[in-house]
Design a protein around this ligand. Structure first.
Ligand code: ADP
Length: 729
């Protein structure tokens, strides 16, 4: 109940001179849209004590905020990213928190990966209403709740600007009108631009309330004004159709379906509305849901379906069409002919999603079950629903171009490698003010002249651009085969830090089971030159040549990966992305660890690395402490090693099948693990379960894992390969 409900409430204008309540006092750290310099000045005047902070609006990225903070007498600035149009925020790859004030409270309790915890604030104002999870009841809330259409109309006419402000429960006027079923007020609010897609403090949208309160007309008004029927309740993952089916509200169910909401969305626990209707024996709902026939889709396969197109060719096609946001196509997977893949471009980057099947349905990830490929394309054209963008421009089958990376100039590149960006990387990692860092000449990568490189065909598609095979005329004038990781021009801006970081990690590494970096060519385009590992990814090999692989091969590769990881452990590198897809094969008996894009050095005196920047998170390979707290250590790499072994011994099965990340986390917390693959040797089974000990301290080290391969007589055939005794024992 609202605090102010307990008082007598005629509808007076709010007393503007009344002092702010104590909550607003506590969160008066907001300073509006001021520049970085102005923020630093305010912190300086405020005394620059440790943890002194303020929040300001980002000047470069609308909707985002910036945390300016004092650590060791110097200011540091963190981008606070907004997720979607609602008030969800995060800093780097910390948790996504509902409400800016809740996010700040979180970092006031503990540093949680920031350089220091937030301490005293520089006094400003409370944050804007649309950024908060909880606010204060205002005049519009009151008038709405009491059904005062005339007052609401007058308020809106007079330009009342707090349309999306929240009350103590985090509800906006749109929530209140929807809860009460006041459709005329709701319409007034939505016509002037109030947002129908905001969640309240319990994680529910106005459409959730209208559905669970059995208000079909309200549901229709909201949907007409672009309420999103696929937003999930934060806890359960239920969308409005789940509520209608669970409660047996047939009218609401019919309105939702008539207005083209997908009929079989899935909750966080994989339940569909039909499951819920059956559970509660709502016969009429069951019959509606079972007999529902989706309207025929408006787009057809001839516009976007490619019968025979592999990943690399799809990328080339996108590139030749200009890599515009929302470009998409559907293709058959080149590895498994029974699988379709949706490829879509966002921020100049292609994303690939496996389209999965269940009975007659098609679906992506934890999205709704859809009747056909065409319905799937139609659904994701109407809304992004979990994809980075909705599908906008189909790329029809037809001419394909095989472009090679463009040759345009990037003059900054040398600086970028050796000075500025490297300095930034250090700044982000160690949280010290940026300064130009001198790179130790010994650990500098070779600079390779463009003229000494011959670029060949594409052999893979990486995060930053194509991986090509090629030839390098090295310093001894010998032509050697190499792999060349290129960086597309449009990626330079977005990914250079990661690219440089990968170079930095690889430059000092030299081990038979780790892919070797030979040098960097400044191009343009920027290129990383590595030893060629001719047979490519072990994951592809497992899928394609299962019949030619025996258990000894699997054990040999397992031991080699453990050996390479022992080496990385000795260098204090945490890999963070150990998986079969990142192991390459030189020959059938030589596996090498690659892909150091996520790898990090851990500082002396520290046992783990705490992630501070966002990006890809291969959750199914991650240990519980990495998922829950973002901490990575040799022990979390050991967990991923266990998952990699599982991939090997299942010949490339996807770990945890089509479970969502959330379901995997729940399974691990219930102390369950992946089931042991068929015919897996008992010793390997034991290794897997040791690697998946919940407590990182109880997991073996790589050194122990590797020596167990070397000392166990059953693995004697491996001994020659490794000369284990000298190396490790
Ligand atoms: P990214 O880390 O940018 O995603 P990867 O390093 O995983 O890119 O490379 C993508 C693909 O390119 C790999 O799966 C592999 O097939 C191929 N590849 C990468 N490096 C090499 C290499 N040194 N030798 C042979 N093939 C390679």
């Amino acid at each position: 109940m609202d605090v102010e409900d307990t008082q007598a409430q005629p509808l007076p204008p709010l007393n503007k001179s009344a002092s702010r309540n104590s909550m607003d006092e506590c969160i008066s750290w907001f300073h509006g849209k001021i520049t970085r310099d102005a923020a630093e000045h305010i912190l300086d005047v405020g005394g620059s004590s440790e943890g002194l902070f303020l929040i300001r609006e980002s000047t470069s990225s609308p909707g985002d905020y910036v945390l300016s903070l004092i650590h060791n007498k110097s200011p540091i600035h963190y981008q606070i990213r907004r997720h979607g149009e609602d008030a969800f925020f995060s800093i780097d790859d910390g948790p996504i928190v509902h409400g800016l004030e809740m996010l700040i409270t979180y970092y006031q309790e503990n540093a949680q990966g920031l350089s220091t915890k937030l301490n005293e604030m520089c006094k400003g104002q409370p944050p804007p209403p649309d950024s908060r999870r909880h606010g204060r009841t205002n005049l519009l809330h009151r008038a709405t709740k009491e059904g005062e259409v005339t007052v609401v109309r007058e308020l809106l006419k007079s330009g009342y600007h707090n349309l999306d402000a929240k009350n103590q429960e985090g509800q906006t006027a749109v929530h209140l009108a929807s809860i009460m079923g006041f459709n005329d007020i709701l319409d007034l609010l939505l016509v002037v631009g109030a947002n129908p897609n905001i969640r309240d403090g319990s994680g529910l949208t106005p459409l959730h309330y209208a559905s669970k309160n059995n208000e079909p007309e309200t549901v229709a008004v909201l949907l007409r004004h672009k309420a999103n029927p696929q937003l999930r309740a934060t806890e359960s993952g239920w969308v409005p159709l789940h509520y209608a089916a669970f409660l047996g509200y047939t009218e609401v169910l019919n309105v939702l379906l008539e207005m083209k909401c997908p009929c079989h969305p899935r909750s966080n626990y994989n339940e569909t509305p039909l499951d819920l209707a059956k559970k509660n024996k709502h016969k009429e709902c069951i019959s509606i849901l079972e007999n529902y026939v989706a309207a025929p889709p408006t787009s057809s396969r001839s516009e976007w379906f490619h019968e025979d197109l592999d990943r690399e060719k799809a990328m080339s096609l996108f590139r030749s069409e200009g890599l515009k946001d929302g470009m998409f196509l559907v293709r058959r997977s080149s590895r498994r002919k029974d699988i379709y893949v949706l490829s879509v471009v966002h921020n100049s980057h292609p994303f690939n999603y496996e389209i999965q099947r269940k009975e007659t349905f098609y679906f992506i990830d934890d999205g709704p079950y859809l009747d056909s490929l065409d319905h799937l394309v139609e659904h994701y054209s109407n809304m992004a629903d979990g994809l980075p963008t909705n599908l906008v421009q189909p790329i029809p089958p037809g001419t394909e171009s095989l472009d090679i990376p463009s040759n345009s100039k990037d003059k900054d590149v040398e600086n970028l490698i050796y000075n500025n960006v490297a300095a930034n990387v250090v700044y982000r990692e160690k949280k010290t003010p940026p300064k130009v860092r001198k790179i130790d000449p010994i650990s500098r990568p070779n600079l390779i002249r463009r003229e000494s490189l011959k670029l060949g065909d594409s052999i893979g598609e990486g995060e930053f651009g194509s991986v090509l095979c090629g030839k390098w005329l090295n310093l001894d004038n010998i032509e050697v085969n190499v792999a060349i990781k290129t960086m597309r021009d449009e990626q330079v801006q977005r990914c250079r830090e990661e690219f440089i970081r990968e170079v930095e990690v690889m430059v000092g590494l030299d081990h038979p089971c780790v892919v070797k970096l030979l040098g960097v060519c400044l191009g343009p385009p920027l290129m990383m030159v590595q030893e060629l590992v001719p047979m490519g990814s072990l994951f592809d090999y497992l899928l394609d040549f299962q019949d030619e692989i025996n258990v000894h091969d699997l054990i040999l590769w397992s031991a080699q990966i453990a050996w390479g990881m022992t080496y990385l452990e000795s260098k204090r590198f945490v890999h963070r992305d150990l998986a079969a897809r990142n192991i390459l094969l030189s020959s059938k008996t030589e596996a090498k660890i690659s892909d150091f894009g996520l790898s990090r050095a851990i500082g002396t005196g520290s046992e783990y690395y705490k992630a501070s920047t966002g990006g890809r998170w291969p959750v199914k390979w991650y240990a519980p402490e990495s998922i829950n707290y973002g901490t990575f250590s040799h022990a979390s790499d050991v967990w991923s090693y266990g998952i990699t072994l599982w991939e090997l011994f299942t010949y490339g099965d996807p770990p945890y099948g089509d479970m969502t990340g959330m379901q995997v986390i729940q399974l691990l917390e219930c102390n369950q693990r992946l089931s042991i693959p068929e015919d897996c040797p008992e010793k390997i089974q034991k290794v897997m379960s040791q690697c998946w000990q919940y407590n990182p301290e109880n997991r073996p080290t790589f050194k122990q894992l590797y020596s167990s391969f070397c000392t166990d007589v059953d693995y004697k055939p491996l001994w020659n390969f490794f000369k284990c005794e000298e190396e490790i024992l």
